[in-house]
Every structure is written in C-alpha cells, then in structure tokens.
Design a binder for this molecule. Structure first.
Ligand code: ES4
Ligand code: ZN
Length: 326
C-alpha cells in the first residue's frame, strides 16, 4: 500500500474543526437566498476570490461575515451535516467539533437554535455514518470576560449536548489569563477544557493556557518550539497539540508547507495531531491536510500511524472507546 493510500484510508479523529469554518461558499449563497440575508459578494467565485489571507485577523473578518447567513436550526444542522459527510469520506471516525455561539447570539439567534441544530447532526452522524461526533463550545477571546460568563450561563441548560469548552478568535493581545475565572467555572461543571494558544501568540500563552486555564489540549501550539522548556513540559504531560498545517500556511504562520514544524513536534515525542481548522477557507479537509503535509515535509509511514494513534489518544473519548478505535 502506498503512503497516500494509507493516509486516505486510515481511520482518524479530527480534534480541531470550527464548524462555521466548514461552511462552503455554495452553502453560504444558498442560505443567504433562503433566509433573505444580503451578502456583499456577487457570486460563489467572487466570494472565493476574497479568501486571500495575510494573518489570522484578515481571515476572521471574512469568517464572521460568512456565518451571518445562519439563522434557523435547520441551517446549523445542514452546515454540520455537510461537514460530517465530508469527514466520513476522509475516514474520520470521531470528530470533536468547535462552535462559536457568540457569533450567532450577537445577531439575535438563540443558543437553543444553535445547539439543537448542531447536536441533531451529531446524533444522526452516530446512527447513519458511524462517526462519533461531539461539540465543544468556544468563547471568543476578543470579547470580554463578562460576555463569556453570559454565554456560559445561556449554554448550561444544554450542558448534556457539549463535552467541553475552548477559546478562539484573535489571539495576540488576548492572553488566556483573561478567561481564568470562566474556565474555573467550566471545570467545576466537569467540562473538558482546551484553548487556542501559540498559533500566532508566544510560548507564554501556551504556558498560561496550561497553568492558569488548566486546559487538557492546546489548539495549534506550533510556536511552542521557541521554548525548549515548554516542549519538555508538553512531552512530559503528553499534552496533545491539534496542529492544522493548511491553516498555518494560508494564514502565513509558516511561509511554505515544507517549512512547517510538524516533523520536529512529532520527533520530539509530542502528542501532535493533524486537523483541518476551517476547511472551507483553507483549501482542504482532513485528507488534504495529511496528503499535502506528508508530501511537503517527507513524513513517513511510521509518522502516519503515530498521527492516527495520537488523534485517538488526544481525543476525549472514554477509555473503552479509545481501545475500540485503535
Ligand atoms: C480560527 Cl485558525 C483560527 N484561529 C483562531 N480562532 C479561530 N476561529 C476560527 N478559526
Ligand atoms: Zn482553530
């Protein structure tokens, strides 16, 4: 079996996918039409042409605009279902899916609409696709602590429909410490904790995500290699890093895929995983990330098995499920 075939066929878990970032231009246009929402682009092609990013913020501006077409429970369901069908084609057997409720509640969409729509797609994925799909609620770090607390309060009536919380959006200038008290409350609720850190931000943000927020995984974390003591800590505690190479390429975190540090992370013994982040915007789903990254960096078959194993180890599946996956 050649390496590319192995990468495509291998069962895997996706641990870093923003569901709003899976909304393809075709679906944005269809939902804009059916909901009567105006969008400032003439066509699908015109919108795709705007997907030329220079950094995280230049992407986030367009990503939040794209999400403005989501109004009804059915819209949230349809977005997640389209992703899950695509994940199935890439042999993803478990998906832990981020969603950004504040992007929607700020426009007057209710928490109930968001969570019920997404959760219905996850339930159907289990019975119809054989994918274990779970939700992780993300707080937008460019907004205030108070707004995060409000969001948590609105979401707690649906506590059984998501397994954890995360922290995303504009990283630099919004260190993890800003959300220390929110994460402490989430921890008391028994929620799993993750945070984006070390995507564009410094190693100090990875340290504080671990030591102040007490997260179990780091999303991205690629800047950690700048601090050898941090790499040691990540190795010692087997903290998973959910790495997203095509995202890093499109947001100019690395100038080329060849220069990505995934091999360095794996060879240092870290529990690194590969993920798609915002596949509709960054030009690839799971298998595109695997195939293009392996081609560019010369990763081997042994790395492929390691990445699949890490994805299950790093997941929030219970131990019985983890044994079933491997
Ligand atoms: C994101 Cl790539 C990335 N980084 C931070 N926040 C995000 N939200 C959606 N995609
Ligand atoms: Zn992300």
């Amino acid at each position: 079996q050649n390496l590319t075939e192995l990468l495509r066929a291998m069962p895997k878990a996706e641990l870093h996918i923003h569901i709003e970032g899976s909304l393809e231009p075709e679906l944005i246009f269809e939902m804009a039409r059916r909901n009567g929402v105006a969008i400032p682009y003439a066509s699908v092609e015109d919108l795709r042409k705007a997907y030329a990013f220079t950094n995280l913020q230049s992407f986030l501006d367009i990503y939040y605009a794209g999400a403005s077409v989501l109004l009804k429970e059915q819209d949230f369901h349809d977005m997640a279902w389209a992703y899950l069908l695509r994940a199935k084609a890439d042999n993803v057997i478990r998906a832990e899916i981020f969603f950004d409720p504040q992007t929607h509640t700020a426009r007057g969409v209710s928490m109930e609409t968001v969570i019920n729509g997404l959760h219905r797609a996850c339930t159907n994925a289990k019975s119809q696709l054989g994918i274990d799909a779970e939700l992780i609620l993300c707080f937008l770090r460019h907004l205030s602590e108070e707004e995060a607390f409000d969001t948590l309060e609105q979401a707690l009536p649906y506590r059984d429909k998501f397994i954890g919380v995360g922290l995303d959006s504009s990283e630099v200038g919004h260190p993890p410490e800003k959300f220390a008290r929110v994460f402490a409350k989430c921890r008391q609720q028994g929620l799993h904790l993750v945070a984006h850190a070390g995507e564009e931000g410094p190693p100090a943000y990875v340290w504080s995500a671990l030591d102040v927020l007490k997260v179990e995984r780091i999303d991205h974390g690629v800047q950690s290699v700048k601090d050898p003591a941090l790499v040691q800590r990540l190795a010692k505690d087997r903290i998973p890093l959910t790495v997203c190479p095509l995202s890093n390429l499109k947001l100019c975190v690395f100038p080329t895929l060849k220069e990505h540090n995934i091999r360095q992370l794996l060879d240092a013994g870290l529990c690194a995983t590969l993920n798609s982040d915002d596949p509709a915007y960054f030009g690839g789903y799971m298998n595109d990330n695997f195939v293009q990254t392996f081609e560019a960096t010369g990763l081997t078959k042994a790395h492929a098995y390691r990445l699949a194993k890490n994805s299950f180890e790093g997941s929030f599946a219970d131990d019985a499920k983890k044994r079933e996956y491997v």
